[in-house]
Design a binder for this molecule. Structure first.
Ligand code: ZN
Ligand code: ZN
Length: 298
């Protein structure tokens, strides 16, 4: 019985060679990758197997869930059934929002400011890992989507909470702006959102908030912001964007100056929010962050 023809045998060899070459290329790429980027996941420490600009594994990203359960209809604080008392319009409100109406209409956050999400935000802010902004932007887009039914139909100005120019120079970027940009890119109706990065200006570097109570922090922030482009605010609803909502002092101060400049309504979205269950972390949060910032020289 005749064997396979020379032609078919040559073809077979070619396929085998191609396969060998393919796996060889993959091996070289993998080893080159491990030499160039000998990184483990910066959150859980697992060696990274896929080439990615973000040094965080998929499992860690997947574990960053959206806030579930009942939250305050104004500030997004977690509600436990015993505290869930309806406001005038019948929506649940936390104790704080029942006592003092915040200057913003509503603040929506994607996830709880703890574990992985907290570390991812720190990677961006203090580690300078810019690709983290893309993942955070995806989360911000989800938070914006929850506000969607209430936002004006035509266009919404996205106003990132600004950094003081000294801090901006040190860090090289404003994380709130990077996250806002990333969110706009992935939103299907991103054209409705307009980034207005220069609208707000931070006049004072408020890094000296270490050790202050939330009341003192509010006092300390007074006069820290100014509307540099009032023409983009007057008579419009605006959406303030920040990475984290801790006590709400920062976004409240921004909201006040925007309203004073003629904004008709201020909405707030953040990637993360401190929640009641992590109250201890919330208490030490800003101070710990400032110390961390000092430690890494930002
Ligand atoms: Zn991981
Ligand atoms: Zn509330």
């Amino acid at each position: 019985m005749a064997g396979p023809s020379i032609a078919s045998r040559t073809h077979e060899i070619q396929i085998r060679e191609a396969r060998t070459e393919e796996s060889w290329t993959a091996q070289v790429a993998a080893s080159l990758f491990s030499v160039l980027f000998p990184s483990d996941c910066r959150i859980c420490g697992t060696p990274l197997v896929k080439i990615s600009r973000l040094p965080v594994c998929q499992e860690c990203v997947d574990a960053m869930h959206a806030i579930g359960g009942g939250v305050c209809s104004i500030c997004g604080e977690r509600l436990f059934s015993s505290y869930a008392v309806a406001g005038a319009a019948g929506e649940p409100r936390c104790g704080l929002c029942r006592r003092i109406e915040p200057p913003f209409a509503r603040a929506a956050a994607y996830g709880s400011y703890e574990s992985g999400l907290r570390e991812l935000i720190h990677l961006l802010k203090y580690g300078g890992v810019r690709p983290a902004a893309n993942v955070l932007g995806r989360m911000l887009a989800e938070a914006i989507a929850t506000l969607e039914p209430e936002l004006p139909a035509d266009s919404v100005s996205l106003i990132p909470v600004p950094l003081h120019r000294t801090k901006l120079r040190q860090r090289g970027f404003n994380q709130a702006e990077l996250i806002a940009r990333a969110a706009m890119k992935i939103r299907p109706r991103g054209d409705r959102l307009h980034l207005c990065a220069g609208v707000l200006e931070r006049r004072r570097d408020t890094a000296s908030q270490i050790g202050l109570t939330s009341h003192q922090r509010r006092e300390n922030l007074r006069g820290a912001f100014r509307v540099a482009q009032p023409e983009l605010v007057k008579g419009r609803e605006v959406l303030v964007v920040d990475d984290v909502y801790t006590t709400g002092a920062t976004v409240s101060e921004c909201s006040k100056v925007l309203l004073r400049a003629g904004a008709t309504k201020v909405w707030v979205t953040t990637v993360a929010r401190t929640l009641k269950i992590s109250a201890q972390h919330a208490e030490i949060g800003p101070e710990a962050e400032d110390n961390l910032a000092k430690a890494v020289g930002t």
